[in-house]
Design a protein around this ligand. Sequence first.
Ligand code: BGC
Length: 836
Amino acid sequence: MSQHILLLSICLKPVVLTINFAAQILHIISKSCMKKSFFFFPILFILLLFTTKLIAQNIPQLGKNSVKEVVAAMTLEEKARFVVGNGMKLPGTSSGTGIGVTDDKVAGASGTTFAIPRLGIPSIVVADGPAGLRIDSIRNNDHSKTYYATAWPVATLLASTWDTSIVKKVGVAFGNEIHNYGVDIILGPALNIHRNPLGGRNFEYYSEDPLIAGDMAAAIANGIQSNGVGTSIKHYAANNQETNRNSVNTIVSERALREIYLKGFEIAVKKSHPWTVMSSYNLINDTMASESYGLLTDVLRKDWGFKGFVMTDWFGGHNAVAQMQAGNNLLMPGTKTQTQAIIDAVNHDSLGVKILDENCESILNIVLQSPSFKQYKFNDKPDLKAHAAISKEAAEEGMVLLKNDKNTLPFTSVKNIALFGINGYDLIAGGTGSGDVNKAYKVSLYEGLKNSGYSVDADLKNTYANYIADYNTKHPKKNFFQEFMNPTPPAPEFEMDNSVITSKASAADVAVIAIGRNAGEGQDRKIENDFNLSATEEALLQNVANAFHAQNKKVIVVLNIGGVIETVSWRDKADGILLAWQPGLEGGNAIADILSGKVNPSGKLATTFPAKYEDVPSAKNFPGKEFPEKAITANLGMKLIPGEVTYEEGIYVGYRYYNTFNVKPAYEFGYGLSYSNFTFGNLKLSSSTFNKNITATLTITNQGKYAGKEVVEIYITAPSNNIDKPAEELKAFAKTKLLKPGKTQTLKFTLTAADLASFYTDKEAWIADAGKYTVKVGSSSTDIRLKASFNLPGEIAVEKVNKALTPHVDINELKSLPAKETSYINELNNFYTAGQ
Ligand code: BGC
């Protein structure tokens, strides 16, 4: 209580002094004016104005006074309102796509913060999302002015570029759009790990590997923030599934957390200093992420030095006071109940006002940098044309050529194309939910091929266009919230008459079949008719392959997907397979440029395509168990079923598992073809003994006929005398410049002690073990072209960190020891043969 009185007296001191001063003047003047009373009231009025101004002048102002002084001048209610967002519209009251109370600032944005004009604190605007700015494109039904944003290729595609410079370039343009539409902070990039191919939001995320995820997130964040707007890297952390996303308790070892699930965030925080971090919905080892002091303070701030503020995911967490105590500075989108809980807690001494002040300060330090604070006059007119060109360029860099039998691609003598598959005519530019973007247009593959000068079968086009139109009429789009809670399923492939296919095989030079997949927040994907092809899709592939191959004509499959699918059962039917991912609004043009050879593909997989779902190391632990009997009703009437998932695969995620346990995937991590071929040579290490760091230099030569780019992947095999180590771990990567045929480029990579270190749970430290390290230079994670070794004479304790996020139960973690290896794989097999 005494603290409150002290604070109050500091705040009121200038006011009291001013009033005192004014009162004395008033006393003198009134004495002299009493005699001429008609002067008295005007003088009193002027004096009051003067006094008010003086008082105002003495109230701390953001930007003029220190943040601490400004916070000291805030009332308890102001503080409690400031750490809670302005709320959201109720479902049904919004015709737009926004969910925050944002119409007076930027309609369709996701939320705003509380303004305190008397202290010079403006409200700032935050908006989704990871693949483009999601705001209302049409406002108040006025179509004369639009606010469309660029749909960038999704993160999974950007990661497949393996090129941080193009990703940064996307970021610079993306940030310009954010700035020019009046938004202060974008709710992205999102960088959760692709733990399982069924993850509904995998398209929003980069990779199964934390180095790629972290480097890509840092690149785009640096690009965005170079415009003077902020990012919110999300969803921190271990938020790898949508099933029971608000209530799932993720049980995971400290080592797997540090090496896999936190590592990308650590890289992004250290390399790009994001303005904000968004805490995730899930629990980690029994504590909600947004209420976890270990996660938000010990690790994020103390271990990594994060200086920005943390906001919750929308309605994340249950206990506003615990969130404040954990260092979750801002609660979004914000409810009155949260504000009241904070006020009550301070009044009842269960929340120290110092903690509340620190939360306010963290937010204010960022508000100070924001365009809203700087009163930036945004014009709502970003250069969408220039941005579309960058979106296309990035899409072309990240598409992955999976198969190219007998140089089927690029098209050399193709003029007439028979295009099959709904998504050939209806491109999936990006996924659904908050990762969606309100774009002005999207170029379908049909349009892209036409734009490239091909003749594309008009009869097929009409059939598909009519089918799509009919489906859309029967399944009208619902409002944003209804779509959000229960998305309209995409139109399924239809059965095409074989006689039609045969006639097209006679008329066209080649068949292109587009296969699409869409997903988004709120739901994970399914195995049947999603990860696996549907029976109709299989039949279409089979029939087209039969008809075209009978005429010695080729079949190309274009995968317009946001997440991994099964390919082994059908890939033999195709001569070429191009993985186009969800490529943003210019997707059709980008695909056509690759098929035609205008662009030589240079993307590589940043996520493994397993041979079958059962091979996925997390298959038997995804999405975990649920406890329907403990269901509760939460915000917006949402039913929350507590869930629990144990990450028994530990550090063996993605290629770390497939490579270590010799499980052959369909397409391995790091894989991707080019129209050229490259040779790797002259690997030299700076020393055969590690000392502070080690550099590796090597040359790449284009031996093919086409100019092209090659991705170089540097893996390390570390000594595993003490603890498990994956067979290979990615430690560095780069893409060459465009090399003309016969040209060579020298590349240099530096590895530090931190790159060699593993996390030792018992020591709470990153340690590089003494012993022999092998540097493996790969064109993929299994196609290793060059190797060299060096020795680390003595163990290096690279960094000691805080103890945090300890699981409370034993985890039966996968180990690479032979006995356990067999038992885990047997267990996986038994699980599936038992039909569970
Ligand atoms: C999503 C976040 C998003 C937020 C605001 C949540 O449902 O999980 O990724 O930024 O909504 O729209």
